[in-house]
Design a protein around this ligand. Structure first.
Ligand code: DQA
Length: 146
């Protein structure tokens, strides 16, 4: 059984669909999870999909992926711009890492232009809406060669 891909979501993404829909769209995180599960099935990839508002929980999932995950797709939310601890955890993970942002962070406030996670990620997708998760999964399929 090949190891699954971990898709990890950071703070406030549980409010997707309700929170600033003009920026983040109308889809809920449950919709995103369902679409990712469907595509992962088509691609023959296993999937673990999580969201937390707590930095330590996200770090614990990255640690879990060290043994149990083939790759990590992460939308760290605002922790993108602040968390050296998540970067350190990702640096302790050997597989591919892809960073996803629903919005185009480069078109927004200057504090969103810097990402600690980008120092580790093989690639970054920003501004493609929730479709970015699906694009990242397709790229992950290539990277893990499953
Ligand atoms: C986000 C962008 C971040 O700057 C923001 O804090 C988020 C969501 C995105 O998906 O566009 O919570 O990661």
């Amino acid at each position: 059984m090949p190891k699954p891909i971990f898709i990890l979501n950071g703070p406030n993404l549980n409010l997707l669909g309700k929170r600033q829909p003009e920026i983040y769209g109308a889809e809920t995180l449950a919709d995103v999870e369902a679409a990712c599960a469907r595509l992962a099935g088509e691609l023959g990839l296993g999937l673990r999909f999580h969201q937390s508002n707590h930095e330590g929980q996200i770090i614990d999932w990255v640690h879990e992926a060290r043994d149990a995950g083939a790759g990590v797709i992460i939308n760290p939310g605002a922790f993108t711009h602040t968390s050296i601890a998540i970067l350190d955890a990702l640096n302790a993970f050997d597989g591919p890492v892809l960073e996803v942002h629903i919005s185009n962070v480069h078109k927004r406030e200057a504090f969103r232009h810097h990402s600690y996670v980008s120092l580790r990620a093989e690639g970054v997708i920003a501004g493609f809406g929730t479709e970015g998760y699906l694009l990242a999964l397709r790229r992950m399929k290539t990277l893990v060669g499953a």
